[in-house]
Design a protein around this ligand. Structure first.
Ligand SMILES: C[S@@+](CC[C@H](N)C(=O)[O-])C[C@H]1O[C@@H](n2cnc3c(N)ncnc32)[C@H](O)[C@@H]1O
Length: 363
């Protein structure tokens, strides 16, 4: 088995998944990539894959390929997997740095892109070989990254650990992120983004399978300088940003944007009545975020169909409290509540709550 995650999450995942707490023993560890052994034999297309909010991608390891010539390594992969009825191949590279460090963002890399192209020509049938676009990539370089197809759930993975060491894995995709190479979705990124929160919110809505209705009223607590508002406005939402700090002037002048320059707790709760989605990205302790949002959600005139909360983790150990955070959000009446450390999250997790039972009729 392998799991991929952010480097900071490695220690917590080891503890959660390995003996005595879990069924695994550590076999190999690199930045953001662990391979795990178990005494049970795990079928290639097993549905029993490890689950944890800090896991970005997971699968069953077949083995590794080492070498200095990609053509040879790929021929070896093709040969050793020819009896496997895989439907799609994902090629991706483990993170070389933390998200946001020196402009690094998880996702496509030039190497993974080239390996995918090479494997595609070797496979010689119509099975898709997918890699995310590397960030430098231009429109002209676009290849066939395709929409997620739930019928194509038997995925072969080529995971580039080092340029000369690749892991081969299989996975039976179950969650939507299993259909994304390395667990990172692709979405268009404009040349100018006002902050990294643009990527975080785009990924959050993709993972949460949340659609924005035209003109829908969305409020964001902790909105400055405005990357997330930029994305929400790009999707056609009508956005109110709450933050004592200034917003970027390009957001302020957008006709569908309103700035309430204040701390969230200083605002009357009845003001939240028009909003259907609440986003919170304030850099405060988890308890403060949950207290603030609970105060709004519990107010009788509030009618939020979804919450998208960034829960900052003051230290990595705070991730042990994620089940309690989720329980608290569920207690507000939401049926679907989940947490995931998004690829673009730093030391934080995203919690999405949907389908509020009490207001389902008017939704
Ligand atoms: C990570 S930044 C938000 C980035 C932003 N979402 C974006 O898209 O660019 C965190 C923000 O939370 C704001 N903040 C902290 N406490 C707050 C509170 N109680 N109410 C509103 N905003 C708060 C800070 O002023 C800061 O601008």
């Amino acid at each position: 088995m392998y799991v991929a995650c952010q480097q900071g999450a490695v220690a917590g995942l080891k503890t959660a998944l390995c003996e005595p707490n879990g069924p695994f023993r550590l076999a190999y560890s690199a930045r953001g990539l662990l391979t795990l052994k178990t005494q049970l034999s795990v079928p290639h297309w097993s549905r029993a894959l490890p689950e944890h909010p800090l896991i970005r991608s997971r699968g069953v390891v077949l083995g590794k390929v080492e070498g200095t010539e990609s053509a040879r390594m790929l021929a070896q992969i093709l040969e050793s997997t020819k009896s496997l009825d895989w439907q799609v191949c994902h090629v991706w590279q483990r993170d070389m740095a933390d998200p946001g460090w020196n402009g690094f963002e998880p996702g496509g890399t030039p190497l993974a892109w080239l390996v995918a192209e090479q494997f595609r020509s070797l496979v010689q049938d119509a099975r898709p070989v997918i890699a995310n676009r590397p960030s430098f990539d231009s429109e002209a370089h676009r290849v066939d990254t395709q929409a997620l197809d739930p019928k194509l759930d038997r995925i072969l993975e080529i995971i580039i650990d080092e340029p000369n060491r690749w892991w081969i894995a299989t996975k039976r995709a179950q969650q939507n992120y299993d259909f994304w190479p390395g667990g990172i979705p692709e979405f268009p990124i404009p040349e100018l983004v006002l902050s990294r929160a643009y990527m975080k919110i785009a990924e959050a809505f993709a993972w949460g399978n949340l659609q924005i209705r035209p003109g829908e009223k969305i409020v964001e607590i902790g909105s400055s300088p405005g990357g997330a508002c930029q994305w929400l406005l790009d999707q056609g939402a009508s956005v109110t940003g709450i933050d004592p700090a200034e917003m970027d002037p390009r957001i302020v002048k957008h006709p569908n944007f309103t700035h309430w320059q204040s701390r969230s707790l200083q605002l009357k709760r009845k003001l939240f009545r028009p909003f259907r989605i609440l986003v919170c990205d304030a850099n405060v302790a988890p308890k403060y975020t949950l207290d603030t949002v609970e105060g709004i959600v519990a107010y009788p005139t509030t009618n939020l169909r979804a919450l998208v909360l960034t829960i900052k983790l003051p230290e990595w150990q705070t991730s042990n409290s994620i089940p309690e955070f989720l329980e608290r959000v569920r207690s507000w009446g939401y049926a679907d509540v989940a947490a995931r450390q998004l690829g673009h999250n730093r030391r934080e997790v995203c919690v999405i709550a949907k389908n509020r039972l009490a207001v389902a009729a008017s939704d």
